[in-house]
Every structure is written in C-alpha cells, then in structure tokens.
Design a protein around this ligand. Sequence first.
Ligand SMILES: Cc1cc2nc3c(=O)[nH]c(=O)nc-3n(C[C@H](O)[C@H](O)[C@H](O)COP(=O)(O)OP(=O)(O)OC[C@H]3O[C@@H](n4cnc5c(N)ncnc54)[C@H](O)[C@@H]3O)c2cc1C
Length: 408
Amino acid sequence: MAEFTMELNDEQKEVRDWVHGFAADVMRPAAAEWDEREETPWPVIQEAAKIGLYSLDFYAQQFFDPTGLGIPMALEELFWGDAGIGLSIVGTGLAAVGVLANGTEEQIGTWVPQMYGDVNDVKVAAFCSSEPDAGSDVASMRTRAVYDAAKDEWVLNGTKTWATNGGIADVHVVVAVVDAELGSKGHASFIVPPRTPGLSQGQKFKKHGIRASHTAEVVLEDVRVPGHCLLGGKEKLDERLARAREAVKSDGERVKNAAMATFEASRPAVGAMAVGTARAAYEEAMEYARTRTQFGRPIIDNQGVAFQLADMRTQIDAARLLVWRASWMAATGKPFTSAEGSMSKLFASEVAKKVTAQAVQILGGNGFTREYPVERMHRDAAIYTIFEGTSEIQRLVIARTLAGVPIR
Ligand SMILES: Cc1cc2nc3c(=O)[nH]c(=O)nc-3n(C[C@H](O)[C@H](O)[C@H](O)COP(=O)(O)OP(=O)(O)OC[C@H]3O[C@@H](n4cnc5c(N)ncnc54)[C@H](O)[C@@H]3O)c2cc1C
C-alpha cells in the first residue's frame, strides 16, 4: 500500500544537497559580481556543465522523479544560490520544454542536446513567445509563419521581446501565428537553428533584478527554416488546426481550458524559484537579527522583529507545500480542477516579494546597501510576480477555474 509521507527519500536528499553545495560554493560567491556586470555568467554555467548540473541528463532525471519533487527541489536550491545566475542555468530548460512538449522524438533527439552544447563548448537556448503588444494577451501575437510549399520552408517575420537568452542562444524556439483566426490555437512553435540568417538580437534590456540573466528582443526578418523545424510536424499541425476550427465553432471554452493545462504543470517551477529566493533572504535576516545588537540586546529580542521572522518562515513553508502539491499533481496526472499550479505560482511569488522586502527592513541600513545580499534578492524577487503569467493573470485563471465562468 502506498504510504503518505512528507519526507524526501534518500536519493532526493542526496540530489538536493549536491545542488545546494554548488549553489553555496559556486553561485553565492559569484552572485554580486554578475549582478553588477549584467552579463551571462558563462564561467559559472561551464562549472555547472562540468559537474553535470547544466545538462539535459540532469533535468530529465529530475523530471522523471515519480513524486514530481525532483525539479522543484533542484530549482529551490539553485535560486537560493542566486536568481540571476539560476535563470542563466535553467533558461535553456524553458526552450527545451517547448521542444519536449510539442516536438517529435526525432526533433527532441536532434535539438535538445544542441541547446546545451557540450562540456567544453556550452550553449544556451531561448524560448521566444512574448511580443511588445502580446504579453499577458498571448492571442494578440503578430509574428507570422508562412509556409513556402515549393521549398518546404517556413518564413518567419516579427519581433519578440523579453526573451531570456534571446540573441545569444544557439537554438531559438519561436512561437508564431500560422492561422490568425484561431487566436492562441492558431499558433505553432518553430526551431530556428544556430546562425540562421534573418534572426538578430534587438535591444538588450537593463533590468531591475535577475541581472545576470540576459533578456533581449529577438528580431525575425524573413527567417527561413526547413519544414522539419516545425515542432510536431506539418501533418500534426494541420490536424490540430482543423480540430481547433471545428471546436471554435462548437465549443470554444473547452479548447481554451485544454491549453491552460500545460501552464498548470509548468507554473509550480517558477513557484519553486521564488521559494528559493525567499528562503535565502529569510536566512540572511534571521542571522542578522540574532547577531545585530541595539539597545543592548540582539534585535530579535524584540517581538516586532521576531514575529516578522516567524511569519516569513511560515509563509515560505506554506508556499513550498503549494509548489510541491502542484508538482506532485503534474507528475501523477491529477487534474488541476482548482488551478492548483497557478495557485502555487501566485502564492510563492507574492511571498518572495514580501519576504525579501521584510528582510531588507530587518537589516536596516545594511539591507539597503549592496554590501549585503538581501538588496539583490529583493530586486530579483520582483520578477516572479511578472513572468510566466503575472499575479493578476494567475488570479484570473484561478477564479475562472473555480467559478467555471469566463471572468474578465
Ligand atoms: C526578465 C524577464 C524574462 C522573460 N523571459 C521570457 C522568455 O524567455 N520568453 C518569453 O516569451 N517571455 C519572457 N518574458 C515575458 C513575460 O512573460 C511577460 O513580461 C509577462 O507575460 C507579462 O506581459 P507584459 O509584460 O506584456 O505585461 P502586460 O500583459 O502588459 O501587463 C501589464 C499589467 O497589466 C496587468 N493585466 C494585464 N491583463 C490583465 C487582465 N486581464 N486582468 C488584470 N490585470 C491584467 C498585468 O498583470 C500587469 O500587471 C520575460 C519577462 C521578463 C521581465
């Protein structure tokens, strides 16, 4: 009989401690430097590749953990180390998931290993969906993909924005409109292979946080990719479009809900990153509160400070439990009938923002300087309520799912 347990098994603990070791020994000491440089920390990614932490194998192994906790556990530790470097290490995974979710076995085998490169020549990949006028409103996407049957090529035109690793990636996964009348169901994903003419990096953004992670526009001007770069293949796309046209006519809502299921399964990952940043800031604040003396006693002796720390830790633990529940549901195929994936992302990201702000307050003047890491963690935490669906969009999804009506 399956036994309920909240305890990690030995293998999970071993992986967690191994990732934690890398986060503590390699990422933490490098975090401030790469935050200031606002550049991709290639040497750190290389170090991660050397030990197998930056590799398809590692993520595949964690992904297939039957409890679902492998990925959130690893992400929490990496983002405890540093969020900007963490995203540089896992950003490729976002593009890889795009291929794993929609690609054929051949496409997965060809492109996913190329996304990571090899130990001596590491590469990164980018997933490009957002556009200047299509952020939360994905259906407003304008980038077009037109099929040139004579050459069996797709021609991509448009501008993507806020792409993690955009322009510096070897492999870009680009989402484009193939049938404008079907809204987001008329989208398809394409591989743009390394050095394809017409793809260029636009503006690189200077950011508030996660500054070690590269974020840029990606411009596509008559980018021609072979037919085999359409993820899933043409036959499957034609079938899917035909089904969507039928469904739009008869049952539009059901189609929308099917699309959301994918996000429900991936959103807990962002929640886990947020838990990592929040925990890091909480630990700094706890240490500081125990050692900083004012009025002749450690500041934690004041209930006003101690109660904040109690609340911070409680919120972090609650966030982790929501993340783990949703990850377990995804791994075991449970239906997200209450948008539990969105719940976990919403709660954990809001907790990270709040907890990091409290940590700055507990460190006082020091918390406001770059001499202490909570200042950076506070800036980094702001991303979690924005990307992979803002907090408002998570609330919209949760409310719609619970109410069963299309709340606007
Ligand atoms: C650092 C960084 C990295 C990123 N990486 C990637 C990436 O790799 N690939 C990629 O494709 N994208 C990426 N993004 C884009 C990210 O997913 C979008 O920024 C996000 O989806 C929000 O879109 P937006 O910025 O256009 O905001 P908008 O959609 O314009 O929203 C603006 C505000 O309005 C609110 N709002 C919008 N609609 C509603 C509504 N219906 N009800 C209530 N409130 C609403 C939002 O919640 C938000 O507060 C990244 C962004 C950042 C900042």
